[in-house]
Ligand binder design. Sequence first.
Ligand SMILES: Cc1cn([C@H]2C[C@H](O)[C@@H](COP(=O)(O)OP(=O)(O)O[C@H]3O[C@@H](C)C(=O)[C@@H](O)[C@H]3O)O2)c(=O)[nH]c1=O
Length: 181
Amino acid sequence: MNVIETAIEGVVILEPHLFEDTRGYFFESFSQRDFEEKVGRVNFVQDNESKSFYGVLRGLHYQLAPYEQAKLVRVVKGCVWDVNVDLRKDSPTFGKHVAVELSEKNKRQLFIPKGFAHGFAVLSEEVIFQYKCDNYYTPGQEGGIRFDDPELGIDWRIPQKDILCSEKDKQLKSFRESFVF
Ligand SMILES: Cc1cn([C@H]2C[C@H](O)[C@@H](COP(=O)(O)OP(=O)(O)O[C@H]3O[C@@H](C)C(=O)[C@@H](O)[C@H]3O)O2)c(=O)[nH]c1=O
């Protein structure tokens, strides 16, 4: 597994070692030992899977302290534009975001530490998205930021007219409303 740094400290891309032969392919989608050696010790406790169609945008989500979640995300089918906003107040990149294309083809995984708002937009016809979390889902402790907050200036790589959000996500507040400066 290759580890590639991103523009934001702590967010890293993982590229698995792919074995291809006449039958198809094989790769280790997660190895605790490799992860610990190359990224760090994280105790993942929940695995999630969602399916979404073209234009779906889920985000930008986080859980409030002390229920924050580090996530290891990947695409099993299709392609997404995965976006993470740095909410760590002591970080030099506070309020900045990093975006990575994750696809069935590139098999990239993204590790997102605690302290980020996470979201993705679906670029392909259909997407199966899987992720590991190091804290359980805690209803009532969910936070979020509007995906279209002009202050964040995120290019989601799909036309506005095609974007499909949940009712909950349409009600989210702006970055400035959520984080007192
Ligand atoms: C996230 C989650 C949701 N649910 C339930 C609550 C709800 O009824 C239903 C759908 O939930 P949501 O609409 O919040 O699902 P979704 O919009 O896919 O939420 C996810 O978005 C991505 C971007 C993330 O980063 C995740 O952490 C999570 O917030 O599933 C769980 O039971 N466990 C979970 O861990």
